[in-house]
Design a binder for this molecule. Structure first.
Ligand code: UN1
Length: 508
């Protein structure tokens, strides 16, 4: 890994605050990043002080004055080059993601691929920031709308997708003409340093002004500075519902804008008409992929009573075949949890499941032995539960899968919706009526609803996000870009009169 760090110019003692050109001293507390893979320290990163923060914001404000005037396709060309650079660094960055975060190497590469994909998407979009034209009710008038850059976009990202979620936000924000200040998770600052280096090189080669791409390593304080700061018109935050509520309240108090992408409690309904082979892969990958630490991870399976026993038998067998261990070894399916706190939360949830009446069909537990010396490796487990249990209503960021039975699809949809979160959902069925019922207005209440696909692994082309306690924000594809711009309605009078709207007469 040392070589990988060196290739990104990352040292063992490193500042984590950058304006895109200069690295500030980093006067805040030192954040030590250690790998959940083997418990070793990767780097000690100096975080931002309030003075660093103010310096970064001041630089970003100046940069915005210039960057907003670059034509959007020219900004897109810079993002195209970032995509090229990411292609070159895919292997190294993917490995670093895997090592610092603990997801499997395949998924580390997949994460970098998402970044490349959003770059490509943003390049095309840079020529398609379309507004509408309207017909004015007045003669000799033209009405249309334009989308203008907004200003500083703050990005708070989570440890589980330490680089991809930043890229969804920043690539769109940049082509939209905004400047970005990124506060990465304090659990994964090193991958953020690597991304910053990659972007800095591309920006330098294109004479992009200093301050368009800022990195602000820090803890909760740094997030609070961004949330309270009226100089930051938009704050996009990914993380827990608790964090999102605090961000939303602080940004809302100053009538700023936020994009929130918070917790999920995602279910797959497995119908009696499902292809069970397909359902098995979807369910297992959804539940154990990234060790259950995606916001889209499958937390609940709602299974038709006619196929319940058969499917559970296959599921239990599949869990028996899972290989848990070093995620950099491609033979392993499941890596570690992010840290020991996460292990504790996993253990507490298992305890709560038992207390509330759940029965384990596959037992969990913390793995021990030299290969698991970081103390972060746990066994994916399965519990038969009732949807209404308090613990089932919560998102535990760990590979704990809840299973439950249903009789009618209406009942299954009710269970699927009957949780506080509303991110991702899926139905496995070959029956057209069932699929359409699931997707209809009275069907899934989630931001993402899939048929014959699991809950995780969304493509970047669609808008990503969810309802209720998931926060309501949308990032990534479709027209999510609109949240990063301000809309302006323009009415132009090219007649020789000044007729008033609504037929009002006002003669002097
Ligand atoms: C997240 O877990 O915060 O759909 C993002 C997925 C990934 C992104 C997950 N494309 O699972």
């Amino acid at each position: 890994m040392e070589e990988t760090l060196k290739s990104f110019g990352i040292t063992a003692q490193q500042s984590g605050v950058s304006t895109g050109k200069h690295w500030l001293a980093g006067g805040g507390p030192v954040i030590t990043s250690s790998s959940p893979v083997d418990g070793k320290v990767i780097a000690a990163v100096k975080s931002a002080s309030k003075e660093d923060y103010d310096a970064v914001v001041a630089t970003a404000q100046e940069a915005f004055k210039i960057w907003r005037q670059w034509p959007a396709p020219r900004r897109g060309e810079v993002v195209r080059q970032i995509g090229e650079a990411l292609r070159k660094h895919k292997h190294d960055l993917g490995r670093l993601v895997s090592y610092e975060m603990g997801k499997s190497l395949q998924e580390g590469f997949g994460e970098v691929q998402e970044m490349i994909d959003i770059c490509d998407f943003a390049v095309g979009l840079s020529r398609q920031l379309h507004g509408l034209t309207m017909h004015s009710e007045r003669p000799g008038h033209r009405m249309y709308e334009q989308w203008h850059p907004l200003g500083i976009t703050g990005i708070i990202s989570a440890f589980n997708f330490p680089v991809a979620v930043w890229s969804w936000n920043s690539m769109l924000a940049w082509i939209c003409g905004n400047v970005c200040i990124w506060k990465p998770s304090e659990k994964t600052p090193v991958t953020a340093l690597a991304c910053q280096r990659i972007v800095e090189a591309v920006f330098a080669a294109n004479d992009v002004p200093e301050g368009v791409c800022c990195l602000l390593t820090g803890g909760r304080d740094a997030g609070e500075w961004l949330a309270a700061d009226h100089r930051v018109p938009l704050l996009s935050a990914t993380g827990s519902t608790r964090m999102g509520k605090a961000v939303s309240a602080a940004v809302g108090a100053r009538l700023g804008r936020s994009i929130l992408e918070l917790g999920g409690n995602n279910a797959i309904i497995i119908s009696e008409h499902a292809d069970l082979d397909m359902s098995l892969i979807g369910a297992v990958f959804g539940a154990v992929g990234t060790a259950g630490q995606r916001c889209t991870s499958t937390r609940r399976l709602i299974i038709h009573e006619k196929v319940y026993d058969q499917f559970i038998a296959r599921l239990v067998k599949a869990y028996g075949q899972l290989r848990i261990g070093n995620p950099l070894d491609e033979n392993n399916h499941v890596g570690p949890l992010i840290d020991r706190d996460a292990v504790l939360a996993y253990q507490q949830s298992i305890e709560a499941v038992r207390k509330q009446g759940g029965t384990f069909l596959v037992e969990g537990g913390v793995l021990e032995g030299p290969e698991y010396s970081s103390g972060c490796y746990v066994k994916p487990c399965i519990a038969a539960v009732e949807n209404i249990y308090d613990i089932v209503q919560h998102e535990t960021f760990a590979p704990i899968l809840y299973v439950m039975k249903y009789q009618t699809l209406t009942e299954a949809i009710h269970m699927q919706n009957d949780v506080p979160q509303g991110l991702s959902s899926a139905i496995m069925t070959l029956n057209l009526r069932e699929a359409e019922q699931f997707l209809a207005a009275a069907g899934s209440d989630c931001g993402i609803a899939n048929v014959n696909i699991g809950t995780s692994g969304a493509e970047i082309g669609g808008a990503f996000g969810g309802e209720k306690e998931t926060g309501g924000g949308r990032e990534s594809g479709s027209d999510a870009w609109k949240a990063y711009m301000r809309r302006q309605t323009n009415t132009i009078n090219y007649s020789t009169k000044l007729p008033l709207a609504q037929g009002i007469k006002f003669d002097l």
